[in-house]
Write a protein that binds this ligand. Structure first.
Ligand code: NAI
Length: 350
């Protein structure tokens, strides 16, 4: 039976666009149900961002949204589309910079019962989130020549390396690979590596190695099991995240957290998937697992475990899965199955 709510959390919710409203709708419903069963309630402060927000408020990131995150310190965000080759700057990148969400944390782990070509993958991508080519500093030098500045700083590189090593030590991870292209970008990626090495020297219990990014792609496809934590600059981490998502069933599955010292925004690795938007076929698992990371972040461990257990039960049963992972259930049907699993959990026998 549902308990009386004991704790309320104020969360800023950005449903996003494309498949965002569908997947975030499913996630909110599931969190409410798990919260009701564990004595937790949520106050959702909803805001649009990007093109939808601009239509209503003439602001791509409304001031009220910024204030809400400043106040709540925690956000759950659906994907927001970014125009290609022009238009407004990425909302995602702007939010990460604005709140100094310097660490993009992306765990890649198979779900039980879901067969992929790579069983038992369990690695983490730790991606620097505030600089690199994402600084958006581009100029037309002369017609036909464009310059795009890649910014790498000692401060940000050291900060992300510390985050990765501290995370590894705290969570019993053994090995960190810094990913780079310092053979070509000798100064920028060279600085990133210097910082990683210096930080790594203080963590003799963690094995530290370096791989060049193109080789890393091949190594990952051949044998992802050799990796534990991939420590990357912004762009390499972005690309490798999508590659790694394929190990566990694709972009519909991999969660993420943008973490800073003051605030945190939780969002899936995937984008707004305009090709499948509005069709009730998107997989809400990636955002749901992002919400599980959020629940751990706000110390609601029991609710987090309840959601994760319900999700895993649905995958273990394999009867109500979305089409990206070989099923034929819609977003809503999948969410209903997770809700049922949360309400009537089945004990796992191994
Ligand atoms: P995408 O991640 O939206 O889609 C890539 C492929 O994965 C598509 O075939 C899509 O149908 C599939 N897919 C993605 N999420 C899925 C889900 N939950 N369930 C089932 N299938 C799923 O990448 P794309 O097409 O490159 O980008 C679309 C838009 O999203 C762009 O405007 C891009 O800027 C934006 N974007 C936003 C992000 C964010 O808000 N954090 C992250 C990445 C992209």
């Amino acid at each position: 039976m549902a308990q009386t709510a004991k704790r309320t959390h104020n969360i800023t919710l950005i449903p996003g666009d494309g498949i965002g409203p569908e997947v975030s709708g499913a996630v909110v419903e599931i969190l409410e149900a798990a919260g009701a069963a564990t004595g937790v309630s949520f106050e959702w402060h909803r805001y649009d961002a990007g093109a939808d927000a601009f239509e209503k408020t003439r602001e791509y990131i409304p001031k009220a949204l910024i204030e809400s995150i400043e106040q709540n310190k925690v956000g759950l965000k659906g994907p927001v589309g970014t125009p290609i080759g022009g238009g407004f700057a990425s909302i995602n990148v702007q939010l990460r910079k604005k709140f100094e969400l310097f660490a993009n944390f992306r765990p890649v782990k198979n779900l039980p019962g879901l067969k992929t070509n790579y069983p038992n993958v369990d690695l983490v991508i730790v991606r620097e989130n505030t600089e690199d080519l994402y600084a958006g500093l581009e100029v037309i030098v002369v017609p036909g020549v464009v310059q795009s500045l890649k910014i790498i700083t000692e401060k940000a590189s050291t900060r992300i390396a510390k985050f990765a090593f501290e995370y590894a030590r705290k969570h019993g991870r053994q090995k960190i690979h810094a990913i780079h292209k310092a053979n070509i970008m000798k100064l920028s990626d060279g600085l990133f590596l210097d910082c990683c090495r210096k930080v790594g020297a203080n963590f003799p219990d963690i094995t530290y190695a370096e791989h060049i990014v193109d080789n890393t792609c091949m190594q990952l496809v051949m044998n992802p099991y050799q990796y534990d934590i991939l420590l990357t600059e912004n762009l390499y981490g972005d690309i490798l995240s999508d590659l790694c998502s394929a190990f566990v069933g694709g972009l519909g599955l991999v969660p993420g957290a943008n973490l800073g010292t003051e605030c945190a925004i939780f969002e899936a690795v995937h984008g707004s998937a305009p090709d499948i938007a509005g069709k009730n076929i998107a997989n809400p698992t990636a955002l749901l697992q992002s919400a599980v990371l959020m629940l751990h972040h706000i110390n609601e461990t029991e609710t987090a475990e309840r959601v994760q257990a319900g999700l895993e039960q649905v995958y273990r049963e394999g009867k109500t899965l979305t089409r990206d992972v070989g099923g034929n259930a819609g977003t809503r049907e999948f969410a209903q199955a997770v809700l049922q699993a949360i309400e009537a959990p089945v004990a796992v026998t191994s």
